[in-house]
Ligand binder design. Structure first.
Ligand code: GAL
Length: 392
């Protein structure tokens, strides 16, 4: 980046000098007075904005919030991956607000980015930011979460989110003994398209086990109303998600778990099974169930392999997590950005329908982690250091 940047600056300065010179030059050729007027044109090149625009970042990255370890992880991995890059990149956080997000995108557009990598706070609301970028001829890469409801999304990099939910559901099924096991369902934010994909994957695996009596749903009347339906519509899923959403907020997750346990009878407790959508909410929900005297044991899912949850898994306070190797998502999105900057068409492996268009996409697989494979999946793979944990 320093090399490239400095070279650009020298080049621009050199070009500017030339232009200015040329400007002068026409003056020395009064012969063509009319012409000389023309030479005024050279002001064009003088539009220093062009050169200065290139002093700004070529790639802008916008992430949902710093308040969740997941997205701080992505920032770290981007910085690691770009440490020796020639390209200048700026990373901004939207702090859980779509208006902040739009402001972030507008400020990056003003700085002249050519590629925007954006993980939307709210998939629908982010359409405005994508449209603003498209209007400036900037390529939009949706990152992890899909921007929905607009044509202005060029590419999408993500994990197999349906497989995340299916892995969480399967883990509960594999741990369940006998029948009539109390099942507590929790979900992500309804503004996040991934929350629907996670829930769809989990429902595909859990619904047959509710129908055959292995599980009994405790905390969602909407889910009980639909428990005989193997495949749910988006609206039907939306009704359940609205009832058990955590909004990806640790405190909301805790409050929901407390109110569900308060209204549940002892027969709905004992050895229970909990579908928690990600690690941050899983720790809050697990801690709440752990304090309820009528709960004798619980199996609780997670996602993201956050350091705190990996420690919970080692300590037996959370049962599993779904590891999404953020290094591969960062690598895929940077490769896409570089291809675009080099005028190439990025590689993709499929597409996602965002409600308006089929967005070419690249998808990464996920890995289930529990006490048995923390070492292999997270330490031996170099994702974390053993020294970051105790009792490993
Ligand atoms: C999802 C993301 C998850 C999770 C969640 C909360 O969209 O795929 O990894 O962390 O957001 O921010």
């Amino acid at each position: 980046m320093y090399t490239n940047r400095k070279m650009m600056a020298i080049l621009v300065a050199f070009l500017l000098g030339l232009t200015l010179l040329s400007g002068c030059t026409p003056a020395s050729e009064p012969a063509a007075p009319s012409e000389p007027a023309e030479p005024a044109e050279p002001a064009e090149p003088a539009a220093p904005s062009e050169p200065s625009a290139s002093t700004g970042p070529e790639v802008g990255i916008v992430l949902p919030t710093r308040d969740e370890p997941r997205w701080v992880q992505d920032e770290t991995r981007f910085n690691e991956a770009l440490a020796d890059s020639d390209y200048s990149v700026e990373i901004l956080f939207s702090q859980g607000s779509s208006s902040n997000e739009l402001q972030n995108v507008e400020s990056l557009l003003t700085k002249g980015i050519k590629v925007l990598i954006i993980c939307p706070h709210d998939g629908d609301a982010a359409a405005a930011a994508a449209d603003a970028a498209r209007a400036e001829g900037v390529t939009v890469i949706s990152y992890d979460r899909l921007i929905t409801g607009t044509e202005s999304v060029d590419y999408y990099v993500t994990f197999d989110s349906i497989a995340v939910g299916a892995a969480q559901g399967q883990y509960l099924v594999d741990q369940a003994q006998g029948s009539d096991n109390p099942l507590y369902l929790y979900a992500g934010a309804a503004s996040d398209n991934n929350a629907f994909l996670f829930f769809e994957g989990a429902w595909n695996v859990l619904q047959p086990k509710v129908a055959d009596g292995t599980f009994r749903i405790i905390n969602s009347s909407e889910a009980v109303n639909l428990q005989d339906k193997a495949t749910l519509t988006r609206d039907e899923m939306g009704r359940i998600i609205n009832q058990v959403t955590t909004n990806w907020d640790f405190n909301e997750a805790r409050n929901k778990a407390e109110s569900h346990l308060t209204s549940a009878g002892a027969a709905d407790k004992g050895d229970v099974y909990i579908l928690a959508p990600n690690d941050g909410t899983a720790r809050s929900i697990a801690d709440t169930f752990a304090t309820d005297g009528d709960v004798t044991s619980f199996v609780v899912t997670g996602q993201d392999a956050e350091i705190a949850s990996v420690q919970y898994i080692i300590d037996g306070r959370q049962s599993m997590t779904v590891f999404k190797d953020v290094r591969s998502l960062v690598k895929d999105s940077i490769e896409m950005a570089l291809a675009v900057l080099d005028g190439q068409t990025p590689d993709t492996t499929g597409s996602y329908d965002n409600g308006v268009t089929d967005v070419p996409a690249k998808q990464t697989e996920v890995i289930v982690v529990d006490q048995d494979n923390v070492q292999a999946a997270l330490i031996d793979s170099g994702y974390y250091e053993a020294s970051q944990f105790t009792g490993l």
